[in-house]
Design a protein around this ligand. Structure first.
Ligand code: AFP
Length: 296
């Protein structure tokens, strides 16, 4: 079954946005060879943008503007929220055009992450209508969730996204993906990771959040990028990374936390807000919340 058919029961405007992003993803997937290096610009976080970051951001914003269905867009690569007056629908979309882009130069998997809201974008993850991500790896895959299961599609040789797996659920598993420098970990997080190691959890960390969480979704375990010494708010962005991926994994039977509370309950105060992140199986998320709770 192709993506368009699979989406047929959903709201027309949401469906059209996903299909447009899927079209852009096909273009993005073909653009890496010509844009492997850095651009000469930096984003709002002071990070040097990859040439692919800038290009993918332009493509996605143009497509969303051109759809006439999206009123607000917040992008990790833009300083503020873009507003398109005159759009026929009131969708608000968050985009991380190319998550993990520092890995482009070494040809590891990176991805595009989207969150879809009705109304503005400064809303908690629990208010998301849906979320999706595209992975550019050995295969290009698209995973979407509109509160009715998590579904994965593969871009085939004919340039069509076809169904790979429906109603994905996170299994029990023993993989952990721990971000940030070990020497900077705070005591509760350190004890948590040591506990997982003692339980035989296997380390799998690429430095591409979207790819690492995708692996956890399919293999079980937990991804973490904690609060750390010198980075008490964590590194990852609530709006662009944590909320949409946390939404997908939660809809697949897992959970997402900042170590104390459900990430999806956090109302963002700023577009660029960072948050400590734990995403994975319910057991692993309960454990970090228990350990952090005991500490305070
Ligand atoms: P961007 O490539 O979108 O800036 O994201 C990179 C990232 O936020 C996330 O994808 C990684 O998990 C994390 O940074 C990696 O950080 P470290 O380099 O500190 O491991």
């Amino acid at each position: 079954m192709n993506l368009e058919t699979h989406l047929s029961e959903h709201d027309e405007d949401v469906k059209q946005v996903i299909l447009r992003v899927a079209e852009i993803a096909k273009t993005i997937s073909k653009g890496f060879a010509a844009r492997r290096g850095a651009s000469d610009s930096s984003n709002v976080y002071g990070e040097r943008q990859a040439a692919m970051d800038v290009w993918a951001d332009d493509l996605l914003i143009s497509a969303l503007r051109g759809s006439g269905l999206v009123r607000h867009v917040a992008s990790e690569e833009q300083p503020g929220v873009l507003t398109f007056d005159g759009s026929a629908s009131d969708l608000g979309v968050t985009i991380d055009p190319l998550d993990g882009s520092s890995l482009i130069g070494v040809n590891l998997t990176v991805g595009t992450i989207l969150g879809i809201h009705r109304g503005g974008v400064l809303r908690p993850g629990e208010a998301l209508l849906g979320a999706m991500y595209v992975l550019y790896g050995p295969l290009t895959t698209l995973t979407y969730c509109l509160r009715d299961g998590v579904h994965e599609f593969t871009l085939n040789g004919r340039g069509e996204f076809t169904l790979h797996e429906e109603y994905v659920t996170i299994p029990e598993g023993k993989i952990f993906s721990p971000g940030a420098l070990r020497r900077d970990w705070l005591p509760a997080h350190r004890a948590y990771i040591e506990g997982l190691e003692a339980e035989g959890y296997k380390l799998r960390y690429s430095g591409s959040f979207v790819a690492d969480v995708h692996q956890i979704l399919h293999r079980g375990g937990v991804y973490s990028y904690p609060a750390y010494t010198g980075g008490e708010e964590g590194k990852l962005r609530l709006l662009f990374e944590a909320a949409p991926m946390g939404f997908v994994v939660s809809q697949a039977g897992g959970a997402a936390s900042d170590g104390r509370r459900d990430i999806l309950s956090i109302k963002p105060e700023a577009v660029s807000q960072r948050v400590p992140v734990y995403i994975g199986g319910k057991g692993e998320i309960r454990l970090i919340e228990d350990m952090t709770g005991q500490e305070s």
